[in-house]
Design a protein around this ligand. Structure first.
Ligand SMILES: [Zn+2]
Length: 135
């Protein structure tokens, strides 16, 4: 995928066999790169992200969600128009992925408000690092 072609970041559990993944986030929150973002591994225009686990019985722990949010923040900075969703939201696909106990609504609420606030704070800090006004 070329830079302008990335439109979606789709969250899966890593028991999902429907697609390849660009990133995998371990239970402890570590992000592993599995494929280049320029490569299509699943759906068109989509960065595919897997979380270790299946979340049918219990939700992911905080460190893993924190790792996911950090990755999504990076992607949002790289692709400002990227939309974030869970696999089960894809029209026509019959799956519970990323799992019945995955807190998808909370993640989406955060992606609409908290993510933008964090992105703006990161951009501001970046500008401040590069530019110090004269006294
Ligand atoms: Zn999936």
């Amino acid at each position: 995928m070329r830079l302008g072609e990335v439109r979606f970041a789709l969250v899966h559990h890593d028991a999902c066999a429907d697609t390849g993944f660009h990133y995998r986030i371990t239970a402890s929150g570590k992000t592993e790169a599995c494929a280049s973002e320029s490569e299509r591994v699943g759906r068109a225009h989509c960065i595919e992200i897997a979380l270790e686990g299946d979340f049918s019985g219990r939700p992911p722990d905080d460190p893993q969600l924190k790792g996911l949010r950090a990755l999504l923040l990076t992607l949002k900075q790289r692709y400002p128009r990227i939309a974030i969703g869970g696999h089960r939201q894809v029209r026509g696909e019959k799956t519970t992925c990323p799992g019945r106990r995955f807190p998808l609504r909370e993640l989406l609420d955060w992606s609409r408000s908290g993510l933008l606030a964090e992105r703006d704070a990161a951009l501001e800090a970046d500008v401040e690092r590069q530019y110090r006004p004269p006294n």
